[in-house]
Ligand binder design. Structure first.
Ligand code: ZN
Length: 243
C-alpha cells in the first residue's frame, strides 16, 4: 500500500492544491494535523481533508482555532490568525475538525501523532534525545508526527545505534526490520527548514520505504490572500523564506 503523508497545511489551500496535483498514484492519504491556523483558506483545506484523508489528526493550531485550548499559549501573530480562522469555519467543517484525535495508534505497524506520541499536542521533536524518550510511548515500529514543520527521520536500530537527520528532498529512506522510527514528512503550508516548497512524504508499506518530496507552489498567491484577509504580514512574509 502507498500512503501519502501530509501535515501542517495551515489553511494554505494553494500549497495543498500543488501537492495534490503532484501526487503519484496512492492508496490512502493520512493527515497529521494543523490543517488550519496561520493561513487564509481554512474551509477549503478542511473540505479536502474530509474528502481525501482516510485518517486525520487534530493539532495545537486546530484546537486553538476551535477555542478548545487557550490562545495564551500562542504568540500574538499566531493568536490573531487562530481567531481569524475560527470566525471563518463553516459549522459542518468545525464539527469534522472537532471530532479528530491528536494521536491514533494503527497497530501493528504504525502510530500517528500530531506533535509526539508522548504529548500529541505540544511537544516538539527537534533532537535525538527527545525522539528517543518518545520510543516508550508507542508500540509500533513506525510513528509519524508533524508539528515542527521540518522533515526529519529519527531511527533507533537493533544494535542500539541512533540516527537523527533531516529528510532531504527526493530522499528515499529504506526502513530496516528491527529498527524503530519517528518520521516527520514536513509541512505543506508553512515549511520551516529554509525551503519554501510544500513538503509531503510517501510511505510504501510493501517496499518498506519512505520518500520525502517537495513541490513548488505559488507563494505570492497565498500571500496575497493573507493580506486581503487582513492576516499579520509577518505570517505572509515568512512563507517566502520557508522559516
Ligand atoms: Zn503546525
Amino acid at each position: 500500500m502507498r500512503v501519502v503523508l501530509v501535515s501542517d497545511i495551515h489553511s494554505n489551500a494553494v500549497a495543498l492544491a500543488a501537492v495534490l496535483a503532484a501526487l503519484p498514484t496512492y492508496d490512502e492519504l493520512w493527515c497529521l494535523g494543523d490543517t488550519i491556523g496561520y493561513g487564509p483558506e481554512p474551509n477549503i483545506c478542511l473540505q479536502q481533508m474530509q474528502k481525501l484523508a482516510k485518517y486525520a489528526l487534530t493539532g495545537n493550531h486546530d484546537l486553538a482555532s476551535l477555542g478548545l485550548v487557550s490562545l495564551a499559549d500562542f504568540n500574538a501573530l499566531a493568536r490573531t490568525a487562530n481567531q481569524w480562522n475560527n470566525k471563518q469555519l463553516e459549522p459542518e467543517l468545525r464539527a469534522f475538525l472537532q471530532a479528530l484525535p491528536a494521536r491514533l495508534p494503527l497497530p501493528p505497524e504504525v502510530t500517528l501523532a500530531h506533535a509526539s506520541p508522548r504529548d500529541p499536542i505540544w511537544e516538539y521533536i527537534l533532537d535525538a534525545q527527545t525522539a528517543k524518550a518518545n520510543l516508550q510511548h508507542f508500540d509500533t515500529p513506525v510513528c509519524f508526527v508533524g508539528h515542527t514543520h521540518v522533515p526529519t527521520i529519527f531511527a533507533r536500530h537493533e544494535d542500539g545505534k541512533i540516527e537523527f537527520q533531516r529528510g532531504k528532498p527526493g530522499q528515499m529512506l529504506q526502513l530496516k526490520p528491527g529498527s524503530r522510527y519517528i518520521v516527520n514528512p514536513g509541512s505543506v503550508g508553512q515549511p520551516r527548514d529554509g525551503d519554501p516548497r510544500a513538503a509531503y512524504a510517501v510511505w510504501d508499506t510493501k517496499a518498506g520505504t519512505i520518500r520525502f518530496n517537495r513541490v513548488e507552489y505559488d507563494v505570492a498567491a497565498t500571500q496575497q490572500k493573507m493580506r486581503a484577509a487582513g492576516l499579520p504580514d509577518m505570517l505572509a512574509e515568512r512563507l517566502a523564506f520557508g522559516r
